[in-house]
Design a protein around this ligand. Structure first.
Ligand SMILES: *Cc1c(COP(=O)(O)O)cnc(C)c1O
Length: 407
């Protein structure tokens, strides 16, 4: 079945993100003439006769064989993600971290080295420095967006340059052109974890980055109701990664893939509101007398504002800020006074979520370690959902006033 539409219209123009989010990767006529894609709860797939099996083995037949190697629902989601990201192939995993692990294990061997910007997702850094180290892979961490330090860390054993962009919770934005050029100069492959950006806001492959990784748990799924991860690139580059996924079995489940497919239908609409809300909240906070500092790449005060404006369509729903003259308790009072966002980890869902990084991702750091990585007692991370912007800013206003009165 290859009747899924091309990403281009009859004039060769690429369809927009919403048209792709709704239609890309899906067969035009589906099983049972259903409008929606069916969920295939199949552990195994059968062959009509021995010749059909021989045809499949000799790769004459694009079809499924066994659940660990692929599922029709998975292929629909993979084609859609590849189309949205401007790649030619994608691989879906059970979680974002499964995608990171599956990718790194496929690409690296003992003696290889990788260079990371130090604001990468903390579990990715932990996987590299604590676990891959046991298998002889060496990780160098350099300060985020310090391209000279990254270049200086490259040597003939370097196999991968890795960064997140924008980073979490500091919202640093990588100059993708520079990052990709570094890889090309030394013949080293590059990977961007673009979970916070999504293909709506930036498409790293267009800048020459080799691989884009997503935790689909966040904006792509978008409803705080599933975990998934994906890597997008070309079929050729992903071939060994696909093979290892089939060995490791770190695949998603059929019902989950359907939820992701369903979530993706409204991808552009949700991203537009996340961007609008992030910008409105960041601007509101940057004018508020109780706020010391706001981290948001859509503000001119952000150190990477120019890079962000040049490369990003919008700046997402995540806003980090510091409350003026507040210790952790006074900061917690602001968090606790909010009525719309709930306290919790994660980001990118339709519901707003709020947290103090010192208690969420960094609770096992010493105060000195937190200081060193720029995590402060008066810091709040807010993931704006798709609620109405005036309600989110009014809620922040009342929380900042109310908690100040109680001090
Ligand atoms: C959440 C997240 C991950 C991990 O994804 P899971 O789906 O939770 O495994 C990786 N990178 C970034 C930037 C994330 O925000």
């Amino acid at each position: 079945m290859t009747n899924h539409p091309s990403p281009f219209d009859s004039n060769g123009r690429r369809y927009g993100p919403s048209t792709q989010a709704v239609h890309a990767g899906e067969d035009r006529v589906k099983f049972g003439f259903s409008m929606t894609d069916p969920i295939f709860c199949a552990a195994t797939y059968t062959f009509a006769n021995t010749q059909a099996l021989i045809d499949y083995v000799q790769q004459k037949q694009p079809r499924e064989e066994y659940g660990r190697y692929g599922n029709p629902s998975e292929k629909v989601v993979e084609r859609k993600l590849a189309a949205l990201e401007g790649g030619t192939a994608a691989l879906l995993y059970s979680t974002g971290m499964a995608a990171v692990a599956g990718f790194l294990l496929a690409k690296l061997q003992a003696g290889d080295e990788i260079v990371l910007f130090d604001e990468c997702y903390h579990r990715t850094r932990e996987l590299c420095t604590k676990h891959l180290a046991k298998f002889g892979v060496i990780t160098h961490q350099v300060p985020a967006c310090d391209y000279e330090r990254m270049e200086a860390a490259i040597n003939p054993r370097t196999r991968l340059l890795i960064s997140e962009s924008p980073t979490n919770p500091h919202l640093s934005v990588v100059d993708l052109e520079r990052f990709a050029a570094l890889g090309k100069k030394y013949g080293v492959e590059t990977l961007i974890d673009a979970t916070l950006a999504t293909p709506y806001n930036v498409r790293p492959l267009e800048y020459g980055v080799d691989y884009v990784l997503h935790s689909c748990t966040k904006y792509l799924g978008g409803h705080n109701d599933l975990l998934a991860g994906a890597i997008v690139s070309t079929e050729e580059k992903l071939e060994p990664v696909r093979k290892l996924r089939g060995v490791l079995g770190i695949i998603n489940a059929p019902h989950n893939m359907y939820l992701l497919l369903r979530g993706l239908k409204t991808f552009e609409l949700r991203m537009q509101r996340h961007n609008e809300n992030g910008q409105a909240v960041a601007e509101f906070l940057s004018r508020h007398p109780r706020i010391e500092k706001v981290y948001y790449p859509g503000l001119p005060s952000h150190p990477h504002y120019e890079v962000a404006r040049r490369t990003m369509r919008g700046f997402g729903g995540l806003v980090t800020f510091q409350v003026k003259d507040a210790d952790w308790r006074a900061t917690a009072a602001v968090v606790d006074a909010l009525r719309i966002p709930r306290i919790g980890p994660s980001l990118g869902g339709v519901e707003s979520l709020v947290e103090q990084p010192i208690f969420m991702s960094y609770h096992d750091f010493t105060p000195e370690q937190r200081q060193a990585v720029g995590i402060y007692d008066n810091m709040i991370r807010l993931s704006c959902g798709i609620e109405n912007p005036e309600d989110l800013t009014a809620d922040l206003a009342q929380a900042l006033d109310h908690s100040a009165a109680g001090q």
